[in-house]
Ligand binder design. Structure first.
Ligand code: OKP
Ligand code: ZN
Length: 342
């Protein structure tokens, strides 16, 4: 399988995030992608190629131009204020407050985010932009006839909505790739999100559309981030009614529980008869993940890949979460090797 990778992800290295009332070093760190890349090489999964530059247009097909302008320009505005530390949002337009974009950089960051897990550093725009280009380059290979490709994206994307960043995500790489398929003439795209967290951004982008089926297995949002989306009764709206399937699972879910939900999700994908499958590949379902509560083991990821292969669809894997860095390469590449039945 071909892997697409960009070194630009190193340009994004946030310092801190708020966990359990304490400022901790960011879990979403450059070593994550480095370990995955090393495992791809060690297992000889296939060639690793750089991203090509497809420009802003395919990103703007999914994201709000105001948010893109903000993300691109935020660091320069922050630095011009004499600041050197990470830019973090801290006030959001929640209930009782007005939904309008203020003038200040902090106010605008609150307007374009839903949590504080999105530090903007000097290189964040370039890293997020290149992460989207990684997804688009892998998308191009599948549109050109490849049966699979691995977009080694970092930063991840599935929490990012059209005009909201959050949960370590700035640009929704999987959604940008899905829209690119549609813009190139595909009529039905399925997205299977196996990350531990609900892909609220991806769901919201396609919620009222029938050309993208979104299926997500994740920790029950009643007890898990992102808390405010991802429930089973969210089935789509308008033309999108019936094209959104959430499969929330309890804390402690292991392979028997998780794989039963995967079977249900795969049945829905099979019924939809998509022309292509995008897998939002998070491996934070791992038993040793520091911020998650599922119990998948490293060998389980081989079985996961084999199940996905059985759908018999051209498949684009887009990297999302996974924070047990010493195992992230093994687990992510296990899915890809299971898919290839090597
Ligand atoms: C991003 B992805 C834990 C706080 C977690 C955000 C998690 C974002 C996950 N106490 N905050 O879906 O892997
Ligand atoms: Zn996650």
């Amino acid at each position: 399988m071909l892997t697409i990778y960009s070194d630009d992800h190193h340009l994004h290295h946030g310092r801190c995030e708020l966990i359990d009332g304490q400022l901790m070093p960011c879990f979403e760190k450059p070593e994550r992608a480095d370990f995955i890349r090393e495992r791809v090489l060690a297992r000889q999964l296939g060639p690793i190629e750089p991203a090509r530059d497809w420009g802003l247009a395919p990103i703007a097909r999914v994201h709000d131009q105001g948010m893109l302008d903000f993300l691109q320009g935020a660091w320069a505005r922050w630095a011009a204020l004499g600041q050197e530390g990470d830019l973090l949002p801290y006030t959001w337009p929640t209930r009782t407050l007005r939904q309008q974009k203020p003038d200040s950089v902090h106010g605008q960051f609150g307007y374009y985010s839903f949590d504080a897990g999105v530090p903007i550093t000097a290189g964040t725009w370039q890293a997020a932009y290149s992460s989207a280009q990684v997804a688009l380059t892998a998308q191009h290979h599948i549109a050109s006839g490849a049966t699979s490709a691995f977009a080694l994206c970092r930063p991840p994307g599935h929490h990012a909505a059209a005009d909201l960043m959050g949960g370590y995500c700035y640009l929704n790489n999987a959604a940008i790739a899905a829209q690119a398929f549609l813009d190139q003439g595909y009529r039905r795209v399925a997205i299977l999100d196996v990350d531990y967290h609900h892909g609220n951004g991806t769901q919201s982008i396609f919620y009222e559309r029938s050309d993208v089926l979104f299926v997500s297995l994740h920790g029950d949002p009643a007890i898990e981030f992102p808390f405010f989306l991802g429930y089973a009764d969210e089935t789509g709206a308008g033309a999108g009614e019936g094209y959104n399937l959430n499969l929330p699972l309890p804390a402690g879910s292991d392979w028997p529980v998780w794989s039963a939900a995967l079977k249900q999700g795969c049945q829905a994908i099979d019924d939809y008869q998509p022309e292509v499958l995008i897998v939002s590949l998070g491996v934070d379902t791992f038993e040793l993940d520091p911020i998650s509560r599922f119990k998948l083991t490293s060998p389980d990821y081989l079985k996961m890949g084999a199940r996905i292969r059985a759908l018999n669809l051209p498949t684009l894997f887009v990297m999302e979460g996974g924070y047990a860095v010493e195992a992230i390469g093994i687990n992510a590449v296990n899915v890809l090797e299971g898919f290839e039945q090597r």
